[in-house]
Design a protein around this ligand. Structure first.
Ligand code: DHB
Ligand code: FE
Length: 281
């Protein structure tokens, strides 16, 4: 097992994913006033009910206000939203999606990464730590037709649990790439086994987790987005059998169908296969 840092700092983990998120600006203009009123009223009612049901005091209310300000000032809203809220939005989206299961995107996706051939190795440092890992698979339509030229956009943390583009010291583009499937829809990606991910303990989200007596861990995972013309994009993650935190992911984003069980090929390389099935548009 690789060693994981005990207490990554907010800056070290790259908690501030705000500017990346804003660059990929989401358009909210098409949300009607009725919809805004309905959803925001429901959210506020939930908060009001929590206050009444728990007899929340003025000092607790002021502490909550101070904490909310710290989340903003620390750039942790993307992190907080993706850990504690996104899995339910994904659950709603998944209810109308067939094919390979999705799960949360998380705050560390970056578009426009290096384009790679179907049989490839992800960009990595010369001395990249971690057990070599090969992920193979096929991208198919729901009826089994292989999808040539599909894109398998993959990104993951390194063997210390850090993401390139967010953690200082990890080169841009490290352990990220957009892989195009071959004529048979197949791909084979060589990389290294990521470590579990820990919410930075020194930022406001980490402070909340500590104050509540929860743990700050996500199980080790690969993030994958699969795109093919005429098909609905899948955003998902793959996990590792036997890994820590699989049953208590702080982001509640694991699903049994998404767990790989890599096998050592006899030379110290762990190999796993996963096929993706995409629903037509
Ligand atoms: C967070 C980080 C992740 O790597 C992930 O997959 C989901 C959420 C987060 O810190 O919010
Ligand atoms: Fe992640």
């Amino acid at each position: 097992m690789t060693t994981v840092h005990d207490s990554p700092t907010a800056a070290g983990s790259g908690a501030n994913a705000s500017s990346n998120f804003k660059d990929r600006a989401r358009d909210t203009a098409d949300v009607s006033p009725e919809r805004v009123s309905t959803v925001v009223t429901a959210v506020l009612h939930g908060v009001h009910a929590a206050i009444r049901d728990n007899q929340v005091t003025y000092p607790e209310f002021q502490a909550a206000k101070a904490w909310l300000m710290a989340v903003g000032e620390g750039g942790e809203w993307p992190l907080f939203m993706d850990v504690f809220v996104e899995h339910v939005v994904e659950e709603v989206a998944a209810s109308s999606q067939r094919g390979t299961l999705g799960t949360i995107e998380g705050p560390y996706y970056l578009p426009s990464q290096v384009q790679l051939n179907a049989d490839c190795e992800l960009p990595h440092r010369e001395d990249e730590k971690g057990t070599p890992l090969v992920l193979r698979g096929q991208v198919r339509d729901l009826d089994g037709t292989p999808l040539a030229g599909a894109e398998v956009d993959i990104w993951h943390a390194d063997a210390d649990g850090y993401y390139s583009g967010f953690a200082p010291g990890v080169p841009d583009g490290n352990l990220r790439g957009v892989v195009t499937t071959d004529a048979d829809g197949n791909f084979s990606i060589r990389t290294v086994q990521p470590a579990p991910y820990q919410i930075p303990t020194d930022g406001p989200t980490g402070k909340l987790i500590e104050a509540a007596g929860w743990h700050p861990w996500r199980p080790a995972h690969l993030h994958i987005m699969v795109r093919a013309d005429g098909h609905r994009t899948i955003t998902t993650q793959l996990y590792f059998a036997g890994g820590d935190w699989l049953d208590s992911d702080v982001a509640e984003a694991t699903k049994p169908d998404l767990i790989l069980d890599p096998v050592d090929d006899g030379t110290g390389v762990r190999e796993a296969t996963y096929d993706f099935e995409l629903e037509g548009n």
